[in-house]
Write a protein that binds this ligand. Structure first.
Ligand code: F3S
Length: 404
């Protein structure tokens, strides 16, 4: 790789051992992927996780004097102040959680604790080079905003935030952003939940050989929430760093442009029966709805408002947790949604993620969620979910029984 004088000085240790370590990691990645050079980043987002390995890595960086030249936003940890009122955290998890937050703070990360920063705190412009980890975040900024980021690990994104550069390969290069399979949607995908089903069944139908689908046949009025759901679920059962929706996303004004002129792409058709089959696979379930978790990824103010409207004047039979960002919760408070949700017996939880060790109070109970990702990730916490649309989840937890 060709490095600039400053990059070479960093690699040589002239900025200190922490910067040298970060640059070594990036040079190693660059060589592995055939990058010719580094390019500056102007934004980053890190999928901070409260896990021993992540803590070890960032602690090394801190001890060696590194700090973030481009302060990144970070994924949720969990809201210790809130969760200590509902469940007991064991000492080891508490140590890792508090230490992780402390180290990220000292390294200069922006502690947003939100998995949808691309809606409010960290919104890249078209063509902007960034380093986003978190599968949902990277796919959204590439596909929907037209920014350029590889699908980073937490560690490589931290190294980019520290050095301010990233190796130029993969999705940073225009030629790698073309679609490789056409998904002809003949199904009637109308609701946010339909887009989740579409994101669930597409990787299964297109197979492992393809990674950048171009969707044709979706509404030009497709919403940001629908696109977020599609991108998130494409990465639960598949590896999709980027997708295009013809007539909707910025690099796909039409199918031909999305394929950058290539004509020999395979075509996969998604029918109503495919969505129905996905619904049967992930939504089958009956019986009790003891609790409901919504917001994996974090919900927008529009989604929170629609939940409040469903809860107006009602009392929940089960427990309801709605995940969102700090600023969206504040907006919900101002809009009166929080009062309605509290009056029904629910809660809006900030800074938190479903995939954290804070759910021991729900062990052995039956839950509903709108998110296949939530149901998949929480298996390791011994949580059992039925996946339904948001309206069906709310009806279920109001009744205490799963409804269609
Ligand atoms: Fe967000 Fe955690 Fe789900 S980071 S997308 S709530 S697994």
């Amino acid at each position: 790789m060709r490095l600039t004088e400053q990059e070479q000085a960093m690699l040589n240790g002239e900025f200190g051992p922490g910067f040298a370590r970060a640059m070594r990691v990036l040079v190693g990645i660059g060589k592995a992927f055939g990058a010719q050079r580094m390019v500056p980043i102007s934004r980053g987002h890190i999928s901070l996780s409260n896990q021993e390995g992540d803590l070890w890595f960032v602690s090394q960086m801190l001890e060696e004097g590194a700090h973030c030249r481009v302060p990144p936003t970070v994924n949720p940890a969990y809201d210790y102040e809130y969760f200590k009122t509902v469940s007991q955290l064991d000492g080891e998890n508490e140590r890792i959680l508090k230490s992780t937050i402390d180290v990220y703070r000292k390294l200069g990360a922006v502690l947003t604790f939100d998995c949808t920063p691309f809606f409010e705190n960290n919104v890249p412009r078209f063509g902007e080079i960034c380093s986003f980890s978190a599968s949902g975040g990277a796919v959204y900024v590439n596909s929907v905003l037209g920014a350029r980021s590889n699908r980073e690990a937490a560690q490589s994104a931290m190294c980019a935030a520290i050095t301010g550069v990233t190796p130029e390969y993969g999705l940073l290069l225009k030629e790698n952003r073309a679609g490789d399979v056409l998904i002809r949607v003949e199904a009637d995908a109308a609701t946010e939940y339909d887009y989740e089903l579409l994101g669930y069944c597409t990787p299964k139908k297109m197979g492992q050989a393809y990674h950048q689908p171009v969707f044709e046949g979706l509404s030009p009025q497709t919403t940001a929430e629908q696109l977020m759901n599609l991108g998130t679920q494409l990465n639960v059962h598949g590896i999709v760093p980027m997708f295009h929706v013809a007539g909707v996303t910025p690099e796909a004004p039409d199918v031909e442009t999305a394929f950058q002129g290539r004509k020999d792409y395979p075509v996969v058709t998604i029918t109503d029966e495919d969505l129905a089959q996905a619904r049967r696979e992930i939504s089958a379930g009956a019986g009790k709805a003891d609790f409901c978790i919504l917001g994996c990824p974090h919900l927008t103010i529009g989604q929170v408002g629609s939940i409040a409207a469903m809860l107006e004047g009602q009392k929940l039979a089960g427990q309801l947790y709605i995940f969102t960002s700090t600023s969206t919760r504040e907006l919900a408070r101002r809009m009166g949604y929080l009062d309605v949700i509290h009056a029904a017996g629910g809660e809006i939880v900030i800074n938190s993620c479903v995939d954290q060790p804070c759910w021991s109070h729900l062990n052995g109970m039956s839950g509903v969620t709108e998110s296949p990702k939530c149901a998949y990730y929480t298996k390791r916490w011994n949580m059992a979910f039925t996946v339904k649309s948001i309206p069906a989840c709310i009806q279920s937890v109001l009744k205490g029984e799963i409804v269609e």
